[in-house]
Design a protein around this ligand. Structure first.
Ligand code: AMP
Length: 200
């Protein structure tokens, strides 16, 4: 079993790398951002609640996010080797709730991978993505707020995982392939047994 929290600022490449890691190690990929955008597209009650926060670059309330994860976490054990949480937890309250949810199931987060990228590069990547993403939050004004929210509310989540010995920082400023190679090396250096989960 391998349960990973993928951490990093907006534009750090969390989604892209989580897709690659999920495929390599057969992990269930939970992206709270993707889940929320799907709810918005469905015009569900959750989507309607979330839209306002997302379009301004603010965080959606913890309770809504934690409920969404709680509803989806069960039922995948048999076919998968674990979970990769992407864009979650984003507050210390979410991190504590995730630990509790997993503990109730005799599971735990094995590691947080923090993709580190300089702010100039994050902005450049997000603006570039905005040209094709169609996302209401990939524009300069909202990007600035997302980075502020990340620095003030989300960064303490890193300390939470540091204090519990599960933190790993990774340079995420290179190409997708190079960053992925660094991540794989990091995962398998934490415990060589994780290499056995990889698809050949
Ligand atoms: P992302 O796709 O991860 O960049 O998330 C897009 C937006 O969805 C964020 O700016 C937040 O408004 C919202 N969001 C995603 N995940 C969370 C979370 N774990 N907690 C609160 N809000 C979230």
């Amino acid at each position: 079993m391998l349960n990973i929290v993928m951490f990093g600022a907006p534009g750090s490449g969390k989604g892209t790398q989580s897709d690659l890691i999920a495929a390599r190690y057969s992990l269930m990929h939970f992206s709270t951002g993707d889940m929320l955008r799907a709810e918005i597209a469905l015009k569900s009650a959750i989507g309607q609640q979330a839209q306002e926060f997302i379009s301004k670059g603010n965080l959606v309330p913890d309770e809504l996010i934690i409920d969404m994860i709680r509803q989806r976490i069960d039922g995948h054990e048999a076919e998968m080797n674990g979970f990769i949480f992407d864009g979650f937890p984003r507050t210390v309250a979410q991190a504590k709730a995730l630990d509790a949810l997993l503990q109730e199931r005799n599971k735990k987060v094995h590691m947080m991978l923090d993709l580190q990228v300089e702010e100039d590069k994050l902005i450049e990547r997000l603006l570039l993505r905005g040209i094709t993403s169609g996302r209401s939050d990939d524009n300069m004004e909202v990007i600035k707020n997302r980075l502020d929210v990340y620095n003030s509310v989300t960064l303490p989540v890193m300390d939470y995982y540091k204090q519990t010995g599960r933190y790993t920082g990774i340079n995420g400023s290179s190409t997708i392939e190079e960053n992925f190679e660094r991540i794989v090396n990091m995962i398998e250096s934490v415990d060589a047994a994780y290499a056995g989960l990889a698809k050949q």
